[in-house]
Structure formats: C-alpha cells, structure tokens
Write a protein that binds this ligand. Structure first.
Ligand code: ATP
Ligand code: MG
Length: 568
C-alpha cells in the first residue's frame, strides 16, 4: 500500500475536546473523526485496526465452536417488554417509532433477540450446546459519552451467546470462553487482568470483566498476588477486626452542630472506627436503614444485590425525619420513631461502645452495643473495599488497587432470559427444560483506545504487532531515485508475499516529516531506505517502541527476516 494513495489526514494539534491520550492521538493520526457527541467515523487507518482486532476475536471464537451470525440493529419493543428491560434500561435505550407508530429501539445488546431465536428454533437437547456470535454496532445513550471511542453512543461490539442443556455444561463452557478471552487479550498485546464483576443491567449470577491496566481507566480493580481480582464495585470484604471491650452504659451526649463522622470522632475524641454511619434508603419503595462502620462507605451495588432490589435511592430528608424523628447528622439505629428494616454491614460486628446519632437533633449516643441496644434484620457484606483491606481469598496479603479499562465482559446468565421468555427444549428424558445461557461481550472499538492508553509516547501511538494498521512502514528517503525504489519495492514485495502488512511512504516529503508521521501513526517497525546506506548494501531498521535506541544498519534481506520472525 502506498501512503500517497491512502487517506491519512494527520493533524499537528488535537481538537480541544479530545480528553484522553487515545482520543487525541486517534484524531491526530487520522484514524477517526468526531461527528457528534459519542459518534465517530472510522477513517481507513482506524478501520484497518478494527478489522485486525475483529480477526483475532473471530479466530479465537471459531476455534471454540462459535458460529457467526447477524441480528437486526432495530428491535421491537415487545421483546424487551418480555424481560422488563424496556423499562429497566431507562434513558440509555435509544427509542424510535416506525411509520405505524409502533415502538422500537436501537440495540444496546442482544439477549432478547437471541433468546427469541433460540426459543423458535431450538427444540431438542440434540441441538445443544450452541454458541452464536456477531460483530455489530451497539447503541447506548450514555449519560457522559467521553474519552473518544472509549465511551461512545454508537460503538462496535462483538457479542456472543451460548445455550446449554444443563448448568454443568454452561459452567464448562464458561471456562472455555474465559480462556479464549485470555488469548484474545494476549494477542492484542495487553497487560490485563480478568476480575470478578457485578452483573449490572444484563444480570445473571456470575460475571468477569477483562480489564486492561491503565492509569486513565474508568474502573478501579482490587487484586492480590495470590490471583484474586475483582472490580472494586464487587470486591468482597471480610469482617473488620473490632476490639471487644467491657460494655459501657448507653449515654446521651449533646453534640450541637456536630454532624459528619469526622466531626463526631473529633468532638468525642474517638476513632472513626468507633462510630456508626446510618443511611436511609428506599429499596424498591420500602424504606430501610443501612449501617456501616464510620470509616467505611456503603457499596450500593452490593446492597442492592443483598436485598435483591432493582431500585435503590437515598431517602429524602423529610421522609427520614418522619421515621427517625431527627434530621441528617443525628441519625442512628436506636429510638427510631417507626420500626423499619435495618441492614448492617459485616464491619458492624463486634464494635463495642460505638457512637451513633441519637435520632434527636443535636445529640449522639455513646456506648451503643449491637444486640443490647440495637439489632439488624440482616447482616451482609455491603461496604466498599478500601485501602488496607485484606484479600478475601488468601486472607493474608493486603489488597492492591489499580485502574483498568473494561474491554470485555462475560456473564453466566443461567435461566434469567430463558425463563422470562420461555426458551425451553426437550431433554433426553423427554422433559421440557429451560435453556442455560451465557453471554460474552467485547468492546471492539474500545480496544483501539485501550491499546493506545497502554502504549504510546510523546511522539504518538505505539501499536502492538497484532493490532497495528500496518506492521511495518518502509520509508524511502527519495523514492524517485532508481536504486532506492528498486530496494524499497523488493522489500515490500517479499514482505507482502510472506503475509506482512506493509506501507510504503512514497510521498515527496522531507524525511523528518515522514518519520514524524510514522511515529504518530504508531507503526511498530520502520525500514528506512536511502542512497547513502545502500552504498554499503544496508537499510536502517528501527522498532517504534524503543524511541531512544538507535536504528540497526542491516541488509534488506536481514530486515525481511527480522520482520517475518517476529512474534506477538
Ligand atoms: P461500562 O461499565 O464500561 O459501561 P458495560 O458493563 O455497560 O460497560 P457491557 O454491557 O458488558 O458493558 O458491554 C460489553 C463491552 O462493550 C464492554 O466490556 C465494553 O468493552 C464495551 N462497551 C460498553 N459500553 C461502551 C461504550 N459506551 N462505548 C464503547 N464500548 C463500550
Ligand atoms: Mg455501560
């Protein structure tokens, strides 16, 4: 491919609204352009990378029996009503009407249509297991589209769905998918971690996120050298170590204008771990009181799942006043005006003589003890993991924290969708059973941004070998000169024949400009052909990822062999 024939509109400056390294470089390298918030065009270079990533994923999924299909992007409301997600998806769902005023949406994901296909077409256990996958646009009206293609409103996803006759078969296949995802991440050249994750709107019993480690990642992950890893939304907390002391009597103390945990612990001269945070929520319209130790935070994802609640919102102050008889800052589990359900975090267990709000404005209680003075209806792990927490798996090491970009998500769905939509099959013993399902997504377009977030320098992108739009670029200093052209073309021919993707920068530009563009675009290997080095029968060979290293002077044949021998 000749540079002069390709549309590569590189820019010196990124637009002001490009908010991450990857967004800046993808625009500057002429890979993408922004059409509107969260909507992008992929120009030829960007499109080539999408296709490279697609190829890796397709090969890995075909290797584990996946069958590629394509489903419509416009989907009828009726399917989404069967699972309740027409409502649950809320504003993230792009909705539209046809000319007959019938409701449709633009697909944000495809569990409903694939389950519909399965219930229509799969009748017998003999047709199971089966895994379908597709590459296609997904539409989500994100609250904050940002970071270029990382969080877009239309993006390219690979989604896959598997159907099984029983739970064991799903379980087995989940590990097969898990390994395939590991291979995909490795082939993309990622430093990554698969972590346990919360299931969110897609639902199901068990899920993993594949996180590419990058300081700019939106997610936080907690991990341990023992192998444990979890999204910090999900990371399990062990009970806290609380010192048990002789019980003191409950004592009311005037605490005028003392409201926050910091103010209470400062005023009473006690550690925040000796206080209790009391927060009122509405869980599916039922008011509840949630307690956690003063130095910890409530994790609403865990709380909702402990309660099996779909909706969880903070209760507003007037409603709280009616239940507790006090305003924010003086709330606690003792002396509530109305009896309501109390949910306590594990960290509450064993705090002796704690300070809590007295449910009387301007007062706190000291010496509050669980069991004697208050009780919870449920004790569960509902707090956020924090620095200093011990790994819940090995129970020895302290958890470590890193930021990550979620590029893939696997879910063991079980019968969540097959039950809601009646996807059954006849088992070997003639019984009508629900299909067991798994679903597995990869943000193909997000992978582009993730590679760059993990691999770039001040000069531009550094693509990994398998994701690069071209593996190598040949830069003839003067392509019009006959010897230079002859050698350039012969290297190109041989590399192309041996399956290496090469670009020749045949432009009549200064060498400096060609080098700058090659660096910005991020092509992993550069071969420079000049009259001067050809006098010794040599060309310059340079790896993009080692900008400080000088080029090697080698023969054209050695350059070809080097490139053909490279792995990963
Ligand atoms: P996130 O937590 O980042 O919003 P999600 O949990 O909503 O992701 P899934 O529904 O699991 O994402 O979608 C599968 C994959 O699609 C994700 O792992 C991610 O790589 C990608 N993805 C999700 N939302 C977007 C988006 N708005 N833009 C680009 N890629 C996305
Ligand atoms: Mg999302």
């Amino acid at each position: 491919m000749l540079y002069s024939k390709m549309f590569i509109p590189t820019l010196k400056e990124a637009p002001a609204d490009a908010d991450t390294i990857s967004a800046k470089y993808m625009i500057r390298a002429g890979m993408i352009r922004k059409v509107s918030s969260g909507l992008y065009e992929y120009l030829p270079l960007g499109f080539r990378v999408l296709k490279k990533v697609e190829k890796i994923i397709r090969e890995e999924l075909d290797a584990i029996g996946g069958q590629e299909i394509s489903m419509p992007l416009i989907l009828p409301k009726e399917l989404w009503e069967e699972t309740g997600r027409w409502k649950i998806y809320g504003k993230e769902l792009f909705r539209l009407k046809d000319r007959k005023e019938a409701d449709f949406c633009l697909s944000p994901t495809h569990e409903e249509p694939i389950t519909d296909l399965a219930r229509r077409e799969i009748r017998s256990y003999r047709q199971l297991p089966v895994m379908f996958y597709q590459f296609g646009a997904k539409f989500r009206d994100e609250i904050r589209p940002r970071f270029g293609v990382m969080r877009a409103r239309e993006f390219l996803m690979k989604d896959a769905y598997s159907f099984h006759a029983d739970e064991q078969d799903l379980e087995n296949y989940y590990s097969v998918i898990f390994e395939a995802y590991n291979r995909i991440c490795k082939r993309c050249g990622f430093v990554f971690r698969p972590v346990e994750a919360a299931s969110g709107a897609i639902g199901g019993s068990f899920s993993h996120e594949f996180m590419v480690l990058a300081d700019t990642g939106e997610e936080e992950i907690a991990w341990c050298p023992c192998g444990y890893g979890a999204n910090s939304e999900k990371a399990q907390c062990l009970p806290c170590e609380n010192t048990k002391e002789a019980l003191e009597p409950l004592q009311e103390i005037s605490t005028p204008d003392i409201k926050t945990i910091d103010e209470v612990s400062g005023f009473l001269k006690i550690d925040a771990a000796k206080t209790i945070k009391s927060i009122f929520y509405l869980a599916d319209a039922e008011p509840i009181l949630v307690l956690t130790r003063g130095d910890t935070e409530i994790n609403e994802t865990k709380l909702a799942s402990a309660l099996n609640a779909d909706g969880l919102v903070l209760l507003e102050e007037n409603a709280v006043y009616k239940i507790a008889g006090a305003h924010f800052g003086s709330l606690g589990p003792i002396n509530l005006k109305q009896k309501i359900k109390i949910i306590a975090d594990l960290s509450i267990d064993g705090i002796s003589n704690a300070a809590v709000g007295a449910n009387k404005d301007g007062f706190h209680l000291k010496g509050a003890n669980y069991g004697r003075d208050y009780k919870a209806d449920m004790i569960a792990d509902i707090r956020k993991v924090k620095r200093g927490d011990i790994c819940p798996h090995c129970k020895k090491e302290k958890l470590q924290f890193s930021r990550g970009i979620e590029i893939g998500h696997t879910f063991k769905l079980g019968t969540k969708y097959s039950k809601a939509m009646g996807a059954t099959f006849l088992s070997a013993d003639g019984k009508e059973n629900l299909m067991q399902m798994g679903c597995y997504g990869i943000g193909v377009s997000r992978i582009l941004a993730a590679v760059i977030e993990q691999s770039s320098d001040e000069n531009g992108i550094i693509w990994t070998k398998n994701t690069a739009p071209f593996e190598a670029i040949i830069i003839p200093i003067n392509y019009a000169e006959s010897k230079t052209k002859e050698i350039t073309d012969s290297i190109y021919r041989e590399l192309t024949q041996r399956g290496v993707d090469v670009l020749i920068d045949d432009r009549e530009e200064r060498a400096g400009i060609k080098f700058k563009d090659a660096d910005l675009i991020g092509i992993p290997y550069r071969i420079t052909v000049s009259e001067k080095t050809l006098l010794q029968g040599k060309v310059e060979f340079k790896e993009r990822k080692n900008p400080k290293e000088k080029f090697e002077l080698i023969t054209p044949q050695e350059a070809v062999e080097k490139l053909c021998g490279r792995q990963g």
